[in-house]
Design a protein around this ligand. Structure first.
Ligand code: MGD
Ligand code: MGD
Ligand code: MO
Length: 627
């Protein structure tokens, strides 16, 4: 990113025209990030006194924290301290927070990943890694399947690559129950039933088996081929299509695309946020493999880019004395005894708004004896803290970054000075380490921390100096083609095909109310205007918008107020009518604030996914009650 600064203020943010991926443009939310900062960041530490958060000095804040950490460790042991770190701006130096709690304890840690847990675990199981071919390998694709993915909103720098691929003849298909902006990129946009991608994938597989169009070598590079074949043959193509809620012909045409490769599957993140999320991604892995598209340039089944692979860890992997499951954080915090969790440290995340079952998360945090939140903003979570520590925004930060959607790595350096009351997180932990007597905690300069993280790749063209000179460097440890010569990275070297059908998801019916709609699948999808709970520009507005088909609520008017009711809670919304949507869905933005009554997670039960301890956010049914 490039920033224009005038009088110490960022007046414009844009993409770097020299960056191979960002090519001079940014997404809506990032280009307007300065407005978010101007609207109210925290400029000094806050300490709760007499029930209210009041300004304090760093000496008071860190003194209080050090005292509390030492007291709780000596009285209850380090397992009574829990450190929760989420994504934030994804900087690599933020991992130094983990090192602090490993050395101070080891303390209670988090397991699972509500973002990508199920999909990553699925791919790790099937392929031995969760990574992708080089982004630009898509230029060799004949077909690209956007399977439950909305790049026009959540991955904007993929869009020009898709368009370039199309200009070279690639044909694009979108598979998503929701009609969204990316539909206009695709030649076909299929809207299957929510959560039925397993059935859709097996229908395609059945058609490929029936017509003898699977890779003739499949048995040599796949384990469990007969079992996967038996799964596909459990139903006819027509039966699978009916279960998936699409026409039989549509399934056959998808099969034709897989047989006419190279065909790349770009696996979206939504469908793995379901109870069967792991099995769904496993079905897509299997489809890519048996159709002969896994090892080809222009093929692949791309979900994640291993953004941390190039960076050396700051310490050894430490086994925590106890773990809290991220998708069940509120529940696990409340249930933890022997010892109770007495200190909670939250960094780079807003769990009250973003984890499922917001009310329980909020209650669990409120019930914790001492809560520290490090953030730039007074979030739903920070508002419940005993101490709030203000950290730099991404425009003031100094860090290293891997990327979400490609293999380039880069350095961030401050374009403006942070306000005097704000501290870099590395400095916070270094100072705290001195106060609590951690003699081995690194007291290096930030540049030295960066050099340490780059030690493994510095000799391969990715030193700190080359990052500084070039702006961004392609990770030297990312092969342009992930798999070569029919080998994956599993124990056997062969793809582990899905061999068992996943169980049906368990769904809670929303209570019946007079005049209410039938149960609808609640989608809480990314919106252009925010990164999770960080809203840019004008923000979310007074009422949470909820998009539905006009026939979902009889006589509904656009803009009408209504209530969304689930088995867990209810929210006031403003209806947006869209005839392009299915009649069994209700779509709200992800990231609404809990204290404003706008968090979808107030409606969503905390339930883990089948693999990887993700959160099944999307297995949520609601009714609409007109007001
Ligand atoms: N503007 C913006 N961009 C973002 C983010 C943001 O908050 N705002 N968040 C970032 C983060 S944290 C992440 S993890 C990434 C990915 O963030 P996501 O927004 O999760 O990713 P996508 O894969 O683009 O979108 C998910 C898609 O899955 C679809 N979907 C849901 N259920 C199903 C299903 O059962 N079947 C099928 N086929 N599709 C389904 C949804 O309708 C949606 O279009 O994006 C990042 N980009
Ligand atoms: N219903 C529903 N819920 C979802 C999702 C969904 O699709 N639907 N998506 C899920 C996904 S994919 C994700 S990744 C999670 C995201 O969940 P979170 O990571 O909790 O989301 P954010 O709201 O981005 O919170 C990040 C916070 O970190 C702060 N921050 C930014 N940079 C830094 C930093 O350098 N240091 C520190 N200390 N703080 C920093 C920001 O100000 C912000 O308050 O939400 C999940 N929740
Ligand atoms: Mo995420």
């Amino acid at each position: 990113m490039l920033a224009t600064v005038s009088d110490g203020v960022v007046t414009q943010l844009r993409g770097d025209p020299d960056h191979p991926v960002t090519r001079g443009f940014l997404c809506f939310r990032t280009s307007r990030f300065p407005e978010l900062v101007a609207a109210g960041r925290i400029g000094q530490p806050l300490i709760r006194r007499h029930g209210r958060l009041e300004p304090a000095t760093w000496d008071q804040a860190l003194g209080l924290i050090a005292e509390k950490l030492l007291q709780v460790r000596s009285e209850s042991g380090p397992a009574a301290i829990f450190h929760y770190r989420s994504g934030g701006s994804l900087g690599i130096l933020k991992h130094l927070a983990d090192l602090f709690f490993d050395q101070f304890g080891p303390c209670t840690g988090k397991v699972g990943d509500i973002c990508s847990g199920a999909g990553e675990a699925a791919q790790l199981h099937d392929l031995g890694t969760s990574d992708s071919n080089d982004l630009f390998d898509l230029l060799h694709s004949r077909h690209i399947v956007l399977w439950g993915k909305n790049p026009a909103v959540s991955n904007v720098h993929l869009v020009p690559v898709l368009k370039d691929a199309q200009a070279r003849g690639a044909r694009l298909v979108l598979i998503d129950p929701v009609h969204h902006k990316s539909a206009s990129l695709a030649e076909v946009a299929l809207q299957p039933a929510p959560g039925r991608d397993y059935e859709l994938a097996l229908g395609i597989a059945r058609e490929l088996f029936d017509s003898g169009r699977i890779d003739p070598q499949a048995a040599s590079f796949c384990d469990d081929l007969p079992a996967f074949r038996a799964l596909a043959e459990a139903r006819s193509v027509g039966e699978w299509a009916a279960l998936a809620g699409v026409a039989t012909e549509a399934v056959r045409q998808l099969a034709d695309r897989f047989a006419d490769g190279p065909t790349a599957i770009l696996v979206g993140w939504g469908m793995q946020r379901r109870q069967r999320g792991g099995a769904i991604v496993r079905a897509l892995d299997a489809l890519a493999a048996i159709s002969g598209n896994l090892f080809r340039s222009g093929g692949g089944v791309s979900f994640y880019f291993r953004r941390r692979k190039a960076f050396r860890a700051f310490g050894p992997v430490v086994k925590p004395p106890r773990v809290i499951r991220e998708p069940l954080l509120g529940h696990d915090l409340l249930a933890a005894t022997a010892p109770k969790v007495r200190v909670l440290w939250v960094t780079a995340g807003n769990p009250v708004a973003m984890l499922p079952d917001s009310a329980t998360t909020a209650r669990a945090i409120e019930a914790t004896e001492f809560v520290v939140v490090a953030d730039c903003f007074l979030t739903d979570t920070a508002r419940r803290a005993h101490v709030v520590l203000p950290v730099p925004t991404l425009l003031e930060d100094s860090d290293l970054l891997g990327a979400y959607g490609h293999h380039w790595i880069g350095e961030s350096r401050p374009v403006v000075q942070m306000p005097p009351g704000v501290k870099h997180e590395v400095a916070i932990f270094q100072e705290l380490a001195r106060r609590v007597g951690l003699a081995d905690y690194p007291q290096d300069s930030i540049d030295q921390c960066k050099r340490n993280a780059l030690a493994d790749v510095a000799g391969q063209g990715a030193s700190l100096d080359s990052l500084r000179k070039s702006g961004a460097v392609r990770s030297p440890v990312a092969d342009p083609l992930l798999f070569r010569q029919g080998q994956v990275f599993t124990g056997t070297g062969r793809v582990q095909l899905l061999a068992e059908a996943p169980p049906e998801p368990q769904l809670e019916l929303p209570p019946a109310r007079p005049g209410a709609s039938a149960p609808l699948w609640l989608f809480s999808n990314s919106t252009e205007k925010s990164q999770a709970s960080q809203w840019s520009g004008k923000g979310l507005g007074a009422l949470l918008p909820c998009t539905v088909h006009p026939e979902v609520v009889p006589n509904a008017r656009d803009g009408q107020r209504a209530r969304l009711v689930s088995a867990h809670g209810s929210l006031q919304v403003e209806l947006r009518l869209d005839p392009a949507q299915r009649r069994d869905t209700a779509i709200v933005p992800k990231g609404g604030h809990f204290d404003r009554g706008q968090s979808a997670n107030a409606l969503i039960a905390a339930r883990p996914t089948d693999l990887g301890l993700g959160a099944a956010y999307l297995d949520c049914l609601v009714r609409i009650v007109p007001e």
